[in-house]
Design a protein. Structure first.
Length: 134
């Protein structure tokens, strides 16, 4: 199998931290008055936002990369399909294992999907309700 240089360049440009959806969620949470730590490596899955005293974490998931059921997440690449289906399946499994490990340690977990960011008001309400719940 030959490597497509254009595809390689595109994939190298995909970030795992400080993505646009993550930055939007961070700004919303900060505007709500909450403070957090980023990508805590001492927690399973290195959550995007961690609220230590509240024992809550937020993951911001890209719909395609984490296999969401929305239109964007349901897309299947036309090339190298088997690889991508397996990769996304591994991501979903890893996400579930991380959430279970965090829950077992007493942390509440919220996953925010990329497609949910379109409605910022609804997302702000959801984030606030998650963070104030006991």
């Amino acid at each position: 199998m030959s490597v497509d240089p254009t595809r390689s360049r595109t994939m190298r440009a995909v970030k795992s931290r400080d993505t646009k959806p993550e930055m939007i969620v961070r700004r919303l949470v900060h505007a709500l008055g909450y403070r957090y730590r980023l990508h805590r490596s001492d927690l399973p899955g290195k959550p995007d936002l961690a609220f230590g005293p509240r024992r809550k974490v937020i993951f911001v998931h890209g719909c395609f990369w984490h296999g969401h059921h929305c239109k964007r997440g349901a897309r299947v690449p036309k090339t190298n399909t088997a690889y991508w289906v397996a990769k996304i399946d591994r991501n979903r499994t890893r996400d579930a294992e991380s959430a279970a490990a965090l829950t077992q340690r007493g942390w509440a977990v919220l996953a925010v999907w990329e497609c949910e960011i379109k409605d910022r008001e609804a997302l702000a309400i959801r984030l606030h309700e998650f963070l104030i719940s006991s």
